[in-house]
Design a protein around this ligand. Structure first.
Ligand SMILES: N[C@@H](CCC(=O)N[C@@H](CS)C(=O)NCC(=O)O)C(=O)O
Length: 257
């Protein structure tokens, strides 16, 4: 009898490639050695896919054979259940696990939102830059074609979602700076990772969400280079890259991405 081989269905990750929450999910899946399909969309164009899959408007969404996950931290937990002991992102020790989860949640809810807002206060108006990089991110051809026409609408929509105001840049910069100082304080005793001597979901989350203020080279998709950024943004990125917390995030990219 001829043998038939059924390939188990690969999980499907719906992403906006540039999104740092999507980067967090991609990184965790790759860290766990899980093969997945990366279904990429541009902002707004992603709604059709996320509504179909999960009745949600935000990415990442992970569609697995048994469930659909709509929060990056749920995706990290799902990936972790399948990863080998030496790759676990959540420590077995109850206290350390709690600390890791608390850090992750607080970074997700404050720092990640602020860093993204800060970046958009500089780049949302730079249509040529956005178009140039969207072309490098393997999004559907039709979305790329439609982007120049849809751009005013996309821009207005992002503006509304982010709640951009006259003080957004300074407010978000201050929150990022405060988080960087807190992270540096945590690392001051010489520990190599945020919760001790092991790479955890806290380090991965901090590094991935730092991407909008550090633009690391090893990010999952290509990001703008320093010399393409407006001067004020460039100077701040350079300063943050040299901060002990910035150095920690970049080290996580070097060692674990
Ligand atoms: N708490 C969510 C946040 C996800 C999130 O903010 N996603 C943004 C992309 S960076 C998004 O989908 N924005 C598009 C929208 O809401 O329309 C997570 O960690 O997964």
């Amino acid at each position: 009898m001829k043998a038939t081989y059924l390939r188990p269905m690969q999980p499907r990750l719906i992403t906006i490639p540039i999104s740092h929450y999507c980067e967090k999910a991609r990184w965790a899946l790759e860290h766990a050695g899980i093969a997945y399909l990366d279904e990429r969309h541009l902002q707004i164009f992603h709604y059709l896919a996320t509504y179909r899959a999960a009745r949600t408007d935000s990415v990442p969404v992970l569609v697995t054979p048994s469930k659909v996950l709509t929060e990056s931290r749920d995706i990290l937990h799902w990936a972790d259940e399948q990863s080998p002991a030496d790759k676990k992102l959540y420590p077995a020790d109850k206290g350390l696990r709690g600390e890791t989860e608390r850090l992750e949640r607080s970074l997700d809810e404050g720092f990640g939102v602020a860093g993204r807002l800060w970046m958009y206060t500089f780049l949302l108006d730079d249509i040529p830059l956005i178009l140039r990089y969207s072309k490098k991110h393997a999004v559907p051809w039709l979305e790329l074609k439609a982007l120049p026409l849809a751009f005013p609408f996309v821009k207005r929509h992002i503006h509304e979602i982010l709640g951009l105001t006259a003080t957004s840049r300074e407010d978000s910069r201050a929150l990022v700076a405060r988080t960087f100082d807190e992270v540096a304080e945590r690392l001051r005793d010489g520990r190599p990772y945020l919760t001790g001597d092991r790479f955890t979901a806290a380090d991965l989350t901090f590094a991935a969400l730092s991407a909008s203020v550090l633009l690391p080279e090893k990010y999952g998709v290509e990001l703008p280079k320093l010399d393409e950024l407006p001067r004020e943004m460039r100077d701040q990125v350079v300063e943050w890259r040299a901060h002990p917390a910035g150095r920690h995030a970049l080290r996580m990219y070097e060692r674990h991405r």
